[in-house]
Design a protein around this ligand. Structure first.
Ligand code: DX5
Ligand code: ZN
Length: 240
C-alpha cells in the first residue's frame, strides 16, 4: 500500500506573468510534480490553458508534468499533450459515459455519470501508455467509482474533492467514503484534487490518498516550502 505522500503543485493559482519563476518555486519547495489544469469552457465553465503551456514549461523543469484534462473531448487532445511532454495524463470518467440528465446539456455542471464505456476509455488509456506516459482516470465528486473494470489497466485515479473548475473551493468531505473504498480495491496511486489545506490534508491521507494536488494553499502561502514539508510529514511512514 503506497503511503509516502507526494505533492503536485497546480499552476492554476500561480502568477502567469512570471510562470518560469513559479515553476522554479515549485521545484525549490520540494514538490514532486507540476499540475496543469486544462479547462475548455464546456466540461467546466472556465477556459484556462492548454498543451502550449505544457510545451513552454517542459524545458524548465525535470519534475513530472501532470496534465488534468477538464475537457469534453479528451481523445482529441491526448496526442497534443503527449507531444508537449506531459508525463501523466488524467482523463475524466464523465467524458466516457452517459451524463446524468441534470448535467447533460451545455452549461450544466457539474458533469456526472454512473457508468463508463470501458472500451472507449481503454482506447485512450492504451494511447497514453503507448507513448510511455502514465494514465490516470478522474472521478468528479458525484461520480461513483464506476471504473472497476479498468483499475488494473491504469496508473492512478484522481479523486476530485471539489466540483472542478476553480481553485480555492471548499473541500467536500462526502468524497472520503469513495476514497476509502477505492483504496481497498486499488494499490496504484490515488491523487486527490480540490480544497487540500492544512485542516483537510490529514483526512485525505488517512482515507488512502498518496498524491495531493494543491493550488491556492501552495501559491497563497508565504512559505511554500513549509507547506510541502507539512503535507509530506503526513506520510504514514512519518507517523508515530
Ligand atoms: C479544480 C482544479 C484543481 C484546483 C485546485 O478544478 O482541478 O486542480 O486548481 O485548487 P485548490 O488547491 O485551491 O483547491
Ligand atoms: Zn486539477
Amino acid at each position: 500500500m503506497p503511503n509516502k505522500i507526494q505533492i503536485s503543485a497546480s499552476i492554476l493559482s500561480s502568477d502567469f506573468t512570471h510562470l518560469a519563476d513559479e515553476i522554479k518555486k515549485i521545484e525549490d519547495s520540494g514538490a514532486d510534480m507540476v499540475h496543469v489544469d486544462v479547462m475548455d469552457g464546456h466540461f467546466v465553465p472556465p477556459i484556462t490553458i492548454g498543451s502550449v503551456i505544457v510545451k513552454a514549461i517542459r524545458p524548465l523543469t525535470k519534475l513530472p508534468i501532470d496534465a488534468h484534462l477538464m475537457v469534453l473531448y479528451p481523445w482529441s487532445q491526448i496526442d497534443d499533450f503527449i507531444r508537449a511532454g506531459a508525463d501523466i495524463i488524467s482523463i475524466h470518467a464523465e467524458c466516457y459515459g452517459e451524463l446524468r440528465p441534470p448535467c447533460k446539456g451545455p452549461g450544466q455542471f457539474p458533469k456526472e455519470v454512473d457508468h463508463v464505456n470501458s472500451e472507449l476509455m481503454r482506447q485512450d488509456i492504451k494511447k497514453i501508455h503507448a507513448a510511455g506516459r502514465k494514465a490516470y482516470v478522474v472521478l468528479n465528486p458525484g461520480t461513483p467509482c464506476c471504473i472497476g473494470g479498468l483499475l488494473n489497466e491504469i496508473d492512478g485515479v484522481l479523486v476530485m474533492s471539489v466540483n472542478p473548475g476553480f481553485a480555492n473551493q471548499k473541500f467536500m468531505p462526502e468524497v472520503l467514503p469513495k476514497l476509502r473504498e477505492l483504496r481497498k480495491q486499488f494499490s496504484g496511486s490515488i491523487m486527490v484534487d480540490g480544497g487540500v489545506k492544512e485542516d483537510t490534508a490529514l483526512l485525505i491521507v488517512d482515507a488512502g490518498a498518496d498524491i495531493l494536488v494543491s493550488a491556492s494553499y501552495f501559491f497563497g502561502s508565504k512559505d511554500p516550502r513549509a507547506v510541502i514539508k507539512y503535507l509530506k510529514s503526513l506520510s504514514k511512514d512519518n507517523k508515530k
